[in-house]
Design a binder for this molecule. Structure first.
Ligand code: B3K
Ligand code: ZN
Length: 880
């Protein structure tokens, strides 16, 4: 297909469907080589037919049409057309039953969209547009139907047959085959359809909902993984209870099934009653999963469960509204995790990932609004912006309305729109009505791309005791949006006196102070807020809890930052004050290094680390966050022209100086955090382990055999993956014989466990050693490397190009050539994964002329490839 045939779809062109489908009856004769699909659709017209019938266009890709009947009669060849993307009935009647028989080849489906084979099973992925790879259909989310599905397969190789809804019949068939019939009483869009068939086992439990209904919960896996599902099952039960308690939402079917699949394009999929999961978000055991893995499983299990109300019961009218379900559900899963773990630490982690990945997206050629205006391939818009900035937009609504009104808005949204496919506008309207607020300006968060910058200045008048904050907002141009209107921004803040006391906040004109923390609302380009009764010049504590996804500029002195860091009541501000200092320091050192001058870490910085390490009153996980230096990717964002080598050297200089100068303090904290009992993932000591491993990282940065010995000792004695990986991760960046020894023993111990071997690939790809590129090239040839498995691709190609800034951006350009080569190979196998790998190239303009030239050349090479998939074409073309 020539590339100019890749069409752009625009939001403004939305039209209601000409035909609706009320019921779908599907019969599958399953086999990996050749599956037959019979579809029986009850269709009715949804348009004005006074000028005749509109054609009915059904989407379909990679299908072989076998037969087509309308109301039981074979459709004549001149009454329909078929091409490689659709089947068109030229003039169908007002209402009718259409029967379509097609054949598909699951085993040849390496794109992992539609029906495909993964290990011993067949499974589906339909979001966004995979259903059309199973059968002909109006494959758009505003066509919602009731589905009945019959599955037939060989009983010995395929004992388990699952689909959405409730099992209504099952039995044996001749020739060793069997069948199962599933009925889903809830109307749903085709993207929520799912089928799984294979040789699986399951673990189960029962959940009693708040109204007393019993729900059967089942987690399906391959036999060898049966003892790794407990945590997922418990997480599911916690999520179900949490949604009842926090949002009053109850589960609605009799069964809830989760299936773990090894080959999966993303994290998981919320299909009604039958979630399909990437096995990395289901399987966990203490020996093989880290604390982070446990947390991630709980979060993703929660996320997919919460979709049942925010996504499934109320779905999107069209794909431009994707954030209606994704932003909202991200917000819900973040709140769930915050309630299950430490709220401040969770918030910090979310802000970190938003700022390094979403802010970068917003600042580059692929910037798009939370609700995009157009797309070529919708799968490219399952982005940090739609998901995570979308989540922040929901959080801002909660901040503006207050928790109570926000909850009332959620209730109103469910009440008004249950069973419908709606737009973001309907959601925001429910919030506006419940909160009695005008949110029309707030809608700009959905339609304007780019990260706003808040520039704050202040003025203190001792004679009148008044303190004025002046806040100016601006937003850089983004593709297609040169000018921006001001946003409606909640700015949470407080004021501290020089002793760190929080001051009562009384705005001029107000009768009394309203607490010591409040939300200022910014609407105009410049806003001023004057506080009365302030006895000395205060230090402003701004953007508490990161109340808006913006960049904040205020000329804090080191003294101000120290005060905020030690005294502010808001944990996010305390953490951020430390980060701002660290950014300042590392950027300063970067400049020195670039200028060829001797760079040195100031004593004051070492002293503040020393104080932090001595303070055992703090939560360990929070302390670990405070002691973690900003990531190289975040530091890069702060530079006009990114210099990956100088950033890396500067950051390493700080790390090694801290390691050397605070050796005994780090050793002591590490010892204090040493395990006192055998590991349990829920022992409440994950924060301790994180801090301990961070200390080890600093010791290793200092260098020397003693640190290596400590690492090896921890590696050998660890009874859990967090600690063994904590040691291995450090050894992989150390040019010592112990490195190869540990890597070899780790491989020998874990060969055969896909999830752990992924980690083995990842940590080698993340190594800071100069020979990493060669090692990565060698790993490409490793018998366990497989370009058809998305997790493996992410673990090697993704980790190296997106997580190893200094080695990937090597000025020789080998990293770039390597990535382009892999993208071109992936293009032919799995376009969605190929497109995901393009991200680093989209940032090429941020580098020096030499690197720009090299990256551009690779992008051009990719674009010149004949047969480039839509996914890859769109991102490569927009990046250039
Ligand atoms: N809704 C799915 C994502 C589907 C991605 C399609 N390319 C998982 C989730 O967000 O819950
Ligand atoms: Zn989601």
């Amino acid at each position: 297909m020539s590339q100019c045939q890749h069409q752009t779809i625009h939001q403004k062109d939305y039209k209601v469907p000409d035909y609706l489908v009320d019921t779908v009856e599907l019969t599958f004769d399953l086999s990996p080589e050749d599956t037959r699909v019979l579809s029986r659709l009850a269709i009715r017209s949804n348009h004005d037919r006074s000028n005749g019938a509109s054609p009915l266009v059904l989407d379909g890709e990679e299908l072989t049409l076998v037969s087509l009947k309308l109301d039981g009669v074979e459709v004549k060849r001149d009454a329909y057309r078929v091409d490689d993307a659709s089947l068109t009935l030229l003039a169908p009647p007002e209402s009718f039953v259409l029967e379509v028989e097609t054949r598909i080849k699951p085993k040849e489906n390496s794109a992992l969209s539609g029906l495909y084979a993964s290990g011993p099973m067949l499974c589906t992925q339909c979001e966004a547009e995979g259903f059309r790879r199973i059968t002909y259909f109006t494959d758009r989310p505003d066509v919602m139907a009731v589905y009945t599905v019959t599955l037939r397969a060989d009983k010995a190789s395929c004992p388990v047959l699952l689909a959405n809804g409730n099992l209504v019949d099952r039995g044996d068939l001749p020739d060793g085959r069997h069948f199962a019939v599933w009925h889903d009483p809830f109307k749903k869009p085709s993207y929520l359809f799912a089928v799984v068939a294979g040789d699986l086992v399951h673990i189960a439990d029962r959940f009693t909902t708040m109204s007393g209904r019993a729900v059967q919960l089942e987690i399906y896996v391959e036999e060898r993984n049966k003892d790794k599902c407990e945590h997922a099952l418990r997480s599911l039960m916690r999520a179900m209870r949490w949604d009842e308690e926090k949002f009053g939402r109850e589960y609605d079917l009799d069964t809830y099934m989760v299936v773990a699949v090894d080959d999966f394009n993303m994290g998981a999929m919320e299909n009604k009653g039958l979630n399909v999961f990437n096995s990395r978000y289901v399987l966990a055991s203490p020996e093989s999963a880290t604390d982070d893995d446990y947390e991630a499983i709980e979060e993703v299990i929660g996320h997919e469960y919460f979709h049942n109300w925010t996504g499934n019961r109320i779905t999107c009218r069209d794909w431009f509204q994707l954030s209606l379900k994704e932003g909202l559900t991200i917000f819900r899963d973040q709140e769930f995790s915050a309630d299950m773990q430490s709220r401040p630490v969770k918030r910090i982690a979310d802000v970190k990932s938003l700022r390094s990945a979403q802010f970068a997206e917003d600042a580059g050629p692929l910037a798009h609004p939370v609700r995009p205006e157009s797309y070529v391939e919708i799968n490219n818009f399952y982005s940090m912006t739609v998901y995570h900035k979308g989540g922040e937009v929901i959080r801002m609504l909660q901040t503006l309305l207050g928790r109570e009104a926000f909850r009332a808005g959620m209730d109103l949204y469910f009440e008004r729109h249950d069973g419908q496919a709606v737009r973001v506008d309907e959601f925001v309207q429910a919030m506006a009505d419940a909160g009695k607020r005008d949110l029309s300006q707030f809608m700009l968060w959905y339609d304007q791309a780019g990260t706003p910058v808040l520039t704050v200045s202040d003025d203190y008048r001792p004679e009148s005791g008044s303190y004025t904050l002046t806040v100016t907002q601006s937003c850089p141009s983004t593709p297609g949006q040169p000018e921006k209107k001001p946003f409606h921004i909640p700015l949470a803040m407080g004021l501290l006196d020089r002793d760190g006391n929080e001051l009562p906040l009384q705005l001029a004109g107000e009768a009394a102070a309203a607490g010591t923390s409040r939300v200022l609302e910014l609407r105009g380009e410049t806003e001023t807020f004057t506080f009365a009764g302030i006895k000395e010049r205060p230090v402003p504590s701004l953007l508490r809890n990161f109340s808006a996804p913006v960049k904040l500029q205020y000329p804090y002195s080191d003294e101000d930052l120290n005060l905020l860091m030690t005294r502010d009541s808001d944990p996010f501000v305390r953490w951020e004050a430390g980060q701002v200092q660290a950014v300042k320091l590392i950027m300063g050192l970067t400049g020195e290094i670039q200028a060829g001058r001797q760079a040195q870490v100031p004593e004051s910085f070492i002293e503040s680390f020393r104080r932090l390490l001595a303070d055992d009153s703090q939560d360990r996980a929070f302390l670990a966050e405070t002691l973690t230096l900003p990531a190289e990717s975040y530091l890069a964002e702060q530079m006009a022209v990114i210099d990956p080598d100088a950033i890396h050297q500067a950051r390493e200089l700080v790390r090694s100086t801290v390691g050397r100068r605070l050796w005994s303090e780090l050793t002591a904290v590490r010892a204090a955090c040493a395990p006192k009992a055998p590991y349990r993932p829920d022992d409440g000591l994950a924060g301790c382990r994180r801090l301990k491993n961070l200390c080890l990282a600093y010791l290793m940065a200092a260098g020397g055999q003693e640190a290596i010995d400590a690492c090896m000792a921890q590696y050998r004695s660890a009874d859990n993956m967090t600690d063994s990986l904590g040691a291995l991760a450090q050894l992989t960046s150390c040019a010592c014989p112990e490195r190869d020894e540990a890597l070899a023993s780790f491989y020998d111990c874990w060969r055969g466990d896909r999830g752990v071997i992924d980690k083995w690939f990842t940590h080698q790809a993340l190594s800071r050693l100069p020979d990493t590129m060669d090692r990565v090239l060698a790993l490409l040839e490793h018998p366990d490397f497989d370009l058809r498995n998305p997790n493996r691709v992410r673990s090697l190609v993704g980790a190296f190009s997106q997580g190893n800034q200094v080695r990937f951006h090597d000025a020789g350009g080998r990293g770039y050539r390597f990535l382009a080569d892999q993208i071109l190979r992936l293009n032919a196998i799995n376009p969605q994964i190929a497109a995901r790998m393009l991200t680093p190239f989209s940032r090429w303009r941020r580098y020096d002329a030499h690197r720009q030239e090299l990256m551009k050349k690779e992008l051009e090479r990719i674009l010149a490839e004949p047969g480039l998939a839509r996914d890859v074409y769109e991102l490569a073309a927009k990046s250039l």
